[in-house]
Write a protein that binds this ligand. Structure first.
Ligand SMILES: Nc1ncnc2c1ncn2[C@@H]1O[C@H](COP(=O)(O)OP(=O)(O)OP(=O)(O)O)[C@@H](O)[C@H]1O
Length: 265
């Protein structure tokens, strides 16, 4: 089998795949010819020193920015030019390093909002089919409560989101993303700014959600978390994919040690 046909088969089997992706910002190549696959059901880590291109890669995968060249595939479908909301509809969820829930709405309202379409659409539907809208709202509330339970926030369901700690906001964000029934979730630094005991809750919840068949790709600087959670790890440095392997394998790789010692230079 030729290399190209093999690569096409891999792309078809992957939940998410990058193929020779390049992203330039003026003269700077933030992501430089990066290719990788995320397999169904895995928890894949993306690590690398500051400025390596990890966040830019997430932005490209999620559709917040478009590649200068190269392609992105979601469940085998080429989505390189598609807007972020289309990729959400196709099963891609994303959390941000600093989640910003609506502070004066309750947790349950914040989670329910994640499932709603355009306000105008909803108003029209309410006018045309009020009973259907009411039934959908009831089902949405039930699902939101189940998801809050999944992330261990049931006791705060009716509190305003402003009372949450940084770590609890990350858990809320995870439940919000789950409202759209994603096939894969991109997690941006789930451990950043989270205290030790809540970190254990976050690790457990990610494992539980993964056990439901949901795939994860996560950027993380906390190597202990990466070692405990990730089945496989990709390492980026200076915009390029340096290597991949288990957390132990990449931690021993002299190229990785060199990249961290030399920073992003
Ligand atoms: N919108 C932008 N305009 C210009 N340069 C950018 C832009 N976004 C990112 N960069 C540059 O691209 C490079 C990669 O940045 P990126 O944020 O992707 O790295 P990172 O690996 O996520 O770093 P960190 O771990 O510090 O978050 C950096 O040199 C950064 O300054």
């Amino acid at each position: 089998m030729s290399e190209t046909i093999e690569r096409q088969d891999e792309i078809r089997a992957a939940v998410l795949a990058a193929k020779n992706v390049v992203r330039r910002f003026g003269g700077l190549v933030a992501v430089n010819d990066v290719s990788f696959d995320v397999w169904p059901g895995e928890i894949l880590g993306l690590i690398g020193p500051n400025g390596a291109g990890k966040t830019t890669m997430f932005d490209l995968l999620a559709g917040s920015i478009l590649p200068t060249s190269g392609d992105i595939f979601l469940n085998g479908v080429q989505v390189s030019g598609e807007a972020a909301h289309r990729r959400i509809e196709r099963g891609l969820g994303r959390t941000f390093q600093i989640p910003r829930p609506l502070p004066n709405l309750t947790l349950i309202e914040n989670v329910m909002l994640a499932a709603q379409g355009q306000a105008g659409e909803k108003l029209l539907a309410n006018f045309l089919a009020p009973r259907r809208v009411a039934a959908e709202e009831k089902a949405g509330e039930k699902k939101a409560l189940e998801l809050l339970e999944l992330v261990a926030l049931t006791h705060l369901a009716h509190e305003p989101a402003r009372v949450l700690s940084g770590g609890q906001r990350k858990l809320l964000e995870l439940s919000r993303v789950m409202m759209a029934d994603p096939a894969i979730i991109l997690l941006d630094e789930p451990a950043a700014g989270v205290n030790a005991s809540l970190l254990e809750v976050i690790i457990d919840r990610i494992r539980d959600i993964n056990a439901r068949g949901i795939t994860f790709l996560l950027i993380e600087h906390n190597i202990d978390m990466v070692t405990r959670l990730c089945h496989r790890v990709l390492v980026m440095a200076s915009g390029q994919l340096l290597c991949e392997g288990t957390a132990d394998e990449v931690a021993r790789d002299p190229r990785v040690i060199g990249a961290y010692l030399g920073g992003a230079a």
